[in-house]
Design a protein around this ligand. Structure first.
Ligand SMILES: NC(=O)c1ccc[n+]([C@@H]2O[C@H](COP(=O)([O-])OP(=O)(O)OC[C@H]3O[C@@H](n4cnc5c(N)ncnc54)[C@H](O)[C@@H]3O)[C@@H](O)[C@H]2O)c1
Length: 297
């Protein structure tokens, strides 16, 4: 018996990455799965999005878990297409219990380096797309008096991080979306939550565009231990370790929070990292992500 036996879950951005992982995990627990993904490139985006073969592979992996699976190639920015995906889900499975509004894209670079088209694509996907999906499932969930909605935000929410400004704006937006919906739906059997991942090993986080911004060229040397630091408000510093991957890319960010905090605010630990000031003990190179492009040497 799985915890999701008999349930039906829609997962957007389900072709690969975290969405695919959510789909497999839910399938393993017994849910039937609807994978929604654009599986196509959006011109302004700086790294490749999923392709139809990713959707097929995700479906295969879900079915391997013994679950039923429907795939829908649709853009979450397209309301009619999302409404149609929801109708198809109800026609195929008779119900929708779970929505994982996970589809998202990021843009890297300063405000001047990110085009209006990229801003629109990011907000359209991460924020309006999440709204479109929630809005589309709600009539059904409210009628049934049951629903579980998870929207993917970002661990960057609450940080001051430059070079991903449209993304942070959109990911902050879904926090508001979640809070408002959660309160409205509190007595209707529907919960709404957000997931705030930090750095996850997917093509969104690992692309030339990302490394250009977050790992400077002179740190991209095999074998060097790179400390990626982000100095946030109040002098709080976070340090993550990056190391060059065997496949030639710099910066497989292990996510271990090696140290955080200077001064008197929040967090724990205590390594002082002034922008550009020091290389933390045990590292060859420090890179200050707060002041992108300037190695903290
Ligand atoms: N990877 C990270 O470090 C990280 C950190 C914090 C938050 N997130 C968020 O996690 C979520 C999943 O991202 P991921 O890391 O798996 O990246 P990913 O790029 O591997 O997966 C995103 C998926 O969304 C799909 N997609 C993009 N635009 C779409 C659209 N308009 N309509 C439908 N599908 C669309 C892509 O084709 C892709 O399959 C995103 O919302 C992302 O912003 C990622």
């Amino acid at each position: 018996m799985g915890r999701m036996d008999g349930r039906v879950a829609i997962i957007t951005g389900g072709a690969r990455g975290q969405g695919r992982a959510h789909a497999i995990a839910l399938a393993r627990e017994g849910a039937s799965i609807v994978l929604v993904d654009i599986a196509d490139q959006v011109d302004a985006v700086q790294y490749p999005l999923a392709v139809p073969a990713d959707l097929d592979q995700a479906q295969e992996l879900v079915e391997k878990e013994g679950a039923r699976c429907l795939q829908v190639q649709a853009d979450v920015r397209n309301r009619a297409a999302i409404d149609d995906a929801v109708s198809r889900t109800v026609a195929e499975f008779g119900r929708i219990d779970v929505l994982v509004a996970n589809a998202g894209i990021v843009g890297y670079g300063t405000a001047l380096e990110q085009s209006h088209e990229l801003f629109d694509a990011i907000v359209g996907t991460c924020l309006t797309g999440a709204w479109n999906c929630c809005r589309a499932v709600l009539p059904h969930m409210i009628k049934r008096g049951y629903g579980r909605i998870a929207i993917t935000s970002s661990g960057l929410v609450g940080f001051a991080a430059p070079n991903v400004t449209p993304y942070i704006a959109a990911k902050n937006g879904v926090v508001g979306l979640m809070k408002g919906l959660a309160l409205e739906l509190i007595d209707k059997g529907i919960t709404v939550n957000i997931v705030q991942p930090y750095i996850v090993n997917t093509p969104l986080a690992h692309s030339e565009a990302a490394y250009k911004v977050f790992v400077p060229d002179d740190a991209r040397v095999t074998g060097k231990r790179v400390a990626l630091t982000t100095v946030v408000a109040g002098g709080v510093a976070r340090i993550r370790e990056c190391s060059r991957c065997d496949d030639g890319f710099a910066g497989r960010i292990r996510g271990a929070e090696l140290a955080e905090r200077v001064g008197g605010q929040g967090g724990s630990g205590g390594v002082a990292v002034e922008p550009g000031a020091m290389v933390p003990h045990g590292f060859d190179v420090a890179f200050d992500a707060t002041h992108v492009g300037r190695p903290a040497l």
